[in-house]
Design a binder for this molecule. Structure first.
Ligand code: NAP
Ligand code: ZN
Length: 343
């Protein structure tokens, strides 16, 4: 085992504290990575604060990881020491079911192994990227362009792929009208990616102060979240990134005939939903969970070609609790990225 420095939540209420975790020695197909940056996703907060239930403490969150390969197992051919790589939300899956064979490991029929707060195939609890290093099977390691701004690439590994996957699945492109509900980590990537794919994007936000930023990120229009019920049918697709309870029926009423709203936000509380906006106009409410490994690589390559990264505020490890509080207030433009050199 390799003793590795990390930052952990020891219970749902206390501040993060320094911690030492054990990482396994890299096996035949493993890649050991020295972590440079790790984004702070709202899912980290939901988990560290026990909001979804099932958190195993101490918990080391972080699934938006970018770093450099420090060692590879003898069977690894795709990566070598010194390569710049990324790791996203999962680090294992059965590899044999229909979903895994399709490259949709995120929907593995046996359940994927999460990058943190999961049990891996060795029976060990997984620990995420709020740490100096990680050891990951090569199947779950992504190639990253070292010329990009790495603190801004880290959030692509969750916020980027989680928004890219539904945009591609629901065939967003030139001529599509897309609404993005909530301008946080996921939302700002949805705006950037949908507009880069050629869609006409409207930002729907509770914060009037984000209107200008929406334009800068690629949005063509702005609607206040409180007014969405009055906006009338206008979107082919809505990407819903809201992390808390909100009015889903009002959002659905803004879809065109047969439009689809995709739920990405994972509110710990059930959401109120009246049936009529779905029935009228044969609309759909769907959900989507991050994305598979091949589509994650496709998204990273697309972002490298178009020079797209997340807008980040880089923080040191001692600022994680403060970052969580500011994320809750919407006081970050638009993702915190932890600099692991501070650990
Ligand atoms: P975030 O940065 O905190 O952004 C959430 C945004 O939602 C806020 O910036 C705010 O935008 C809006 N919002 C928050 N509370 C609201 C409320 N009560 N009513 C209306 N709007 C509200 O969070 P994130 O990291 O983007 O994550 C968003 C959600 O997606 C979280 O629940 C996270 O767990 C989940 N998630 C899901 C997946 C998946 O695979 N499906 C992957 C990653 C994350 P405005 O200020 O613009 O209104
Ligand atoms: Zn995430």
């Amino acid at each position: 085992m390799i003793k590795t420095k990390a930052y952990a939540a020891f219970d749902a209420k206390s501040p993060f504290k320094p911690h030492t975790i054990d990482r396994r020695e890299p096996g035949a197909s493993d890649v050991a990575i020295d972590i440079s940056y790790c984004g702070i996703c709202h899912s980290d907060l939901h988990t560290a604060r026990g909001e979804w239930g099932g958190t195993v403490f101490p918990c080391v969150p972080g699934h938006e990881i970018v770093g450099k390969v420090s060692k590879v197992g003898p069977s690894v051919t795709k990566f070598k020491v010194g390569d710049t790589v990324g790791v996203g939300c999962f680090v294992g899956s059965c590899g044999e079911c229909a979903r895994c064979k399709q490259g949709l490991e995120n929907y593995c029929e046996k359940g994927f192994v999460g990058t943190y707060n999961s049990k891996d195939s060795y029976g060990q609890t997984t620990y995420g990227g709020y740490s100096k290093a990680i050891v990951v099977p090569d199947r779950f390691v992504l190639r990253v362009d070292p010329k990009q701004k790495l603190e801004g690439v880290a959030p692509l590994l969750c916020a980027g792929i989680t928004t890219w996957s539904p945009l591609k699945h629901w065939k967003v492109g030139k001529g599509s009208k897309v609404g993005v509900l909530g301008l946080g980590g996921l939302g700002h990537m949805a705006v950037k990616l949908a507009s880069a794919l050629g869609a006409e994007v409207t930002l729907i936000s509770t914060s009037a102060s984000k209107k200008k930023d929406g334009e800068r990120l690629g949005a063509h229009d702005f609607i206040a979240t409180a007014d969405i019920g009055k906006a009338g049918p206008r979107f082919d697709v809505i990407i819903d990134t809201v992390s808390a309870r909100h009015d889903v029926s009002a959002m659905l009423s803004a879809l065109k005939f047969e439009g689809t709203a995709v739920m990405l936000g994972a509110s710990p509380e059930p959401l109120p939903l009246g049936p009529f906006p779905l029935i009228m106009g044969r609309r759909s409410l769907a959900g989507s969970l991050v994305g598979g490994i091949p589509e994650t690589q496709e998204m990273l390559d697309f972002c490298a070609a178009k020079n797209i990264t997340a807008d980040v505020e880089t923080v040191g490890v001692t600022k994680i609790d403060e970052a969580y509080e500011r994320m809750l207030k919407g006081d970050v433009r638009y993702r915190f990225s932890i600099d692991l050199a501070t650990l």
